[in-house]
Design a binder for this molecule. Structure first.
Ligand SMILES: Cc1ncc(COP(=O)(O)O)c(C=O)c1O
Length: 476
């Protein structure tokens, strides 16, 4: 039997205390120093245990004050890992209705700006231009002015601008991934990176394992590439169930596995250290490519978790990400670090896209180098946490008491589960007729699951118009 680490023992002790309500809801947990003395452990051990409990949504850290107990949600304490049945691989087929919903839901806003009825409301709202975006625009403007006249007649190399990739490498080094700029290739957003990853590792008809519920954009890609999907049950707190994945790998010839270890959408789940190691071992054993969608990591309310790629000794992880969730969706700038498939990925990028915009990459590199990105992220996380807390408050006060919801510590949305007979697709239609856009749970599966679930976003400010929309939704 493997011996438990001190932080695991401490985590169990804290969990038991939480279950027995030793520290009531909302109360401050013992300080780090007190726990060190009480349990005879180091500060790092206490921090590690607290961070893991925070990742499970059981406690939250308030900067410079301490750690506090969150409302125990059935998802967190009472419900064990979801262990649904794994269905055999099937082609992903996405209907037109879903494509329409996806287009509206991609904005993560209850009040879509594509609906004429909402234009006035959104125009009345104060501009959400943050200081970070103003600085970014300045950096991009400077980069544009620096371009020499002849440059616009040449393509950038397919891998992308060296200075941009250098900044990416520095950013990831801070997150524990010892990398070099040459391991990255610029892409047109994360969706494009995921597409390149799938193209490089799979061919038509191959089987791909995904989390369930799964990001609908990935299901769309699998549909487009005529790949088969195996949906692996995933917990709302800890992500993909590794036992279920191992069973699926035993049964079917799975080529690739797509995971979002940090704040997976729609649930906001984070993969534990143990699950990450298991996943890499399984990949080695079954000759699997792992496509890591890292797009939400920088929205983490506390320190951004290490990417899975940091543990990847055998170059099996293809890291994909972009600035769409942490800075701007409109940049259309992302990246991919493809491990053993990198040169194939670069070739596919060349064939499908030729190059990325040079001045945009240079502008973003300048913004990062000047510290603008980190400063923006620091402010943005505080806003996001506040918006999440507000949404949790609304759900507790205005929504029926039996609903269950995840309490993610990062990302832009939470996952709501209603009664079995609730049909979020029909509510979607009713809500739309009132100018409100929700993301029905059915979108996150290709096998008809999650009809009684919803993804609710906290990406935008809770203006009076959005609060009203949320109340109307509770009535529906
Ligand atoms: C998990 C996930 N991956 C990828 C994307 C696409 O990102 P991008 O806008 O960078 O293409 C999204 C956007 O919604 C997403 O939620």
């Amino acid at each position: 039997m493997t011996e438990e680490f001190r932080y695991q023992q401490l985590e169990k002790w804290l969990l038991k205390g939480l279950q027995q309500q030793r520290w009531p809801l909302g109360e401050r947990l013992p300080s780090i120093r007190t726990l060190c003395q009480l349990q005879q452990v180091s500060k790092a051990t206490v921090l590690h245990a607290y961070q893991r409990l925070e990742a499970m949504g059981l406690i939250e850290s308030r900067p410079k004050i301490g750690y506090f107990v969150l409302k125990p949600n059935q998802y967190d304490l009472a419900i064990p890992q979801t262990r649904g049945e794994v269905r055999p691989p099937a082609l992903a087929t996405i209907s037109e209705v879903f494509t329409d919903i996806m287009t509206r839901s991609a904005a993560f806003d209850l009040l879509s700006n594509q609906m004429p009825a909402n234009q006035d409301l959104l125009n009345q709202a104060p501009s959400s231009q943050t200081p970070g975006l103003t600085a970014l625009n300045r950096s991009i403007g400077r980069a544009l002015r620096r371009q020499r006249s002849g440059q616009s007649q040449y393509y950038d190399p397919p891998t992308g601008d060296e200075g941009f990739r250098e900044q990416l490498a520095l950013h990831y080094q801070r997150r524990g991934y010892a990398c070099h700029r040459d391991q990255f290739c610029a892409t047109s957003g994360c969706q494009n990176a995921l597409f390149l990853g799938l193209m490089a590792t799979c061919k038509k008809g191959d089987v791909v394992a995904v989390e369930s519920p799964c990001f609908y954009g990935m299901l769309q890609l699998l549909d487009q590439l005529e790949l088969q999907v195996v949906e692996i049950p995933s917990s709302v707190t800890e992500g993909m169930d590794m036992v279920a994945l191992a069973e699926a790998l035993e049964q079917w010839p799975i080529r690739a596995c797509v995971v979002s270890p940090a704040f997976s959408t729609p649930t906001g789940a984070c993969l534990s250290d143990t699950a990450r190691r298991t996943l890499l071992n399984l990949a080695e054993h079954y000759d699997l490519a792992i496509i890591e969608d890292d797009i939400y990591a920088d929205t983490s309310f506390s320190q951004a978790p290490e990417p899975l790629k940091a543990l990847d000794q055998n170059q099996r992880v293809i890291l994909c990400s972009s600035f769409s969730k942490s800075l701007s969706r409109d940049l259309r700038l992302g990246w991919i670090a493809g491990g053993r498939w990198q040169s194939k990925i670069q070739r596919i990028k060349l064939v499908t896209q030729l190059a990325s915009s040079r001045y945009l990459q240079q502008g973003v590199a300048d913004f990062m180098q000047e510290g603008g990105y980190m400063a923006h992220i620091r402010r943005y996380k505080l806003d996001l946490r506040q918006r999440r807390d507000q949404l949790l408050q609304f759900l507790r006060h205005d929504w029926p008491p039996h609903i269950r919801f995840s309490q993610p510590n990062g990302g832009l949305a939470l996952w709501l589960e209603l009664e079995e007979d609730y049909n979020s697709l029909s509510v979607y239609r009713k809500a739309l007729s009132q100018g409100i856009v929700i993301t029905p749970g059915a979108l996150f599966s290709v096998s008809g699951q999650y009809h009684n679930c919803l993804r609710l976003s906290f990406a935008h400010n809770w203006t009076p118009a959005r609060i009203k929309a949320l109340k109307q939704l509770a009535q529906l």
